[in-house]
Design a protein around this ligand. Structure first.
Ligand code: ADP
Length: 328
């Protein structure tokens, strides 16, 4: 290893995601493997500001690989957005002799990490933990696969009741800026239509599609709506509009909400988090900083944090065609 780093800090920040614990476990155990002291920082940047830290060893992360949420807890920390707050945070770094930081979080957390690195010259590395999969520089973020499975399970159940009553269900899923969850679960759950932020399908096209379905004998349907869809209406307004224009449909709305963040991580997320945690610590020891770990074509890669924040994660356009054709 190229550096002489002997003590690292790790925190989970921003929106929680299933698999953050598996990533933490990997960070702590990789540190132990290389005889590095690992300091767990509680409640994201808030713990850094408040010096809320604890030493972690390989046994501190027993039995957490299967747990949702984050045992370090997470927080949205307003103080860290101010210079005064970051000066307090740096005092914690000095007090605990922390020489480098591993940040498990989303693009907001990485923005904070970059600012902190530039002000105090402490090496930082990001691990992408967010269910939305909306981070440039990795094909998958930790928590995304679990969230997909959670949504699919919920929509399958909604389908049972939709069929029994000839109903049209609008199901809102997470995704303010990205339609990854909506598009993939739309295909996976066999939804009639999918409304995503990346494409403005327009309400008229939605009506046409639903009319067509009804004519071809579909008596119940499911439409998946991403939170940030581009119709300019929220899911309740969309449902009301459709009900007014297509009175033969018995319309219902289901907002899945925070349940999408919870639950035991899938095997995919546990493996991804384990690989990312290990790779992040070894990259820090190799002298890397201001980068995020990611996975592309099954290979672990590093991207500059600035790219992870500013770059746009693209949806797979091919999936739109798959969805359109298979709902004929
Ligand atoms: P996520 O990491 O999931 O995108 P947030 O956007 O809430 O979540 O960011 C998590 C935390 O990162 C914030 O509560 C704040 O402490 C820190 N942060 C975000 N943006 C900045 C910024 N511009 N400057 C300093 N800290 C920031």
């Amino acid at each position: 290893m190229k550096t002489s780093i002997k003590r690292i800090g790790v925190l989970t920040s921003g929106g929680d995601a299933p698999g953050m614990n598996a990533a933490l476990r990997a960070v702590v155990r990789t540190a132990a493997f290389h005889s590095i002291v690992c300091i767990g920082i509680y409640r994201g940047y808030q713990g850094l500001v408040d010096n809320d830290v604890r030493l972690m060893n390989a046994r501190s992360v027993n039995n957490i690989i299967n747990k949702g949420g984050t045992i370090l807890k997470s927080a949205r920390c307003l103080e860290f957005r101010t210079k005064k707050g970051r000066v307090s945070a740096f005092k914690t770094i000095q007090k605990n002799d922390i020489e480098a930081l591993v940040i498990i979080g989303g693009d907001g957390s990485f923005t904070g990490a970059m600012i902190f690195q530039s002000e105090f010259n402490i090496p930082v590395i990001g691990i992408p933990g967010t269910i939305d999969n909306d981070i440039f520089g990795t094909s998958y973020t930790i928590g995304y696969d679990t969230a997909l499975n959670t949504v699919i399970e919920a929509v399958d159940k909604i389908r049972d009741t939709a069929i029994s009553h000839n109903r049209l269900f609008f199901v809102e899923v997470m995704g303010r800026d990205a339609g990854h969850i909506a598009l993939n679960t739309g295909i996976g759950a066999g939804a009639e239509e999918v409304l995503i932020p990346e494409e403005d399908m327009g309400l008229e096209r939605l009506l046409e599609s639903l009319k067509r379905s009804e004519k071809t004998g579909k008596s119940s349907s499911i439409v998946i709506v991403a939170e940030g869809d581009k119709t300019g209406k929220n899911v309740f307004e969309i449902a009301e509009y459709v009900e007014k224009n297509l009175p033969y449909y018995d319309v219902r709305v289901s907002v899945l909400g925070h349940m999408q963040r919870g639950g035991s991580p899938s095997c995919f997320d546990r493996v991804l988090a384990s690989r990312m945690g290990l790779y992040a610590v070894e990259a820090l020891l190799e002298g890397k900083s201001n980068v995020m770990v990611g996975v592309k074509s099954e290979k672990m890669i590093l991207s500059p944090l600035v790219k992870a924040i500013k770059g746009k994660s693209e949806i797979n356009k091919d999936l739109i065609r798959v969805s359109d054709i298979l709902t004929i």
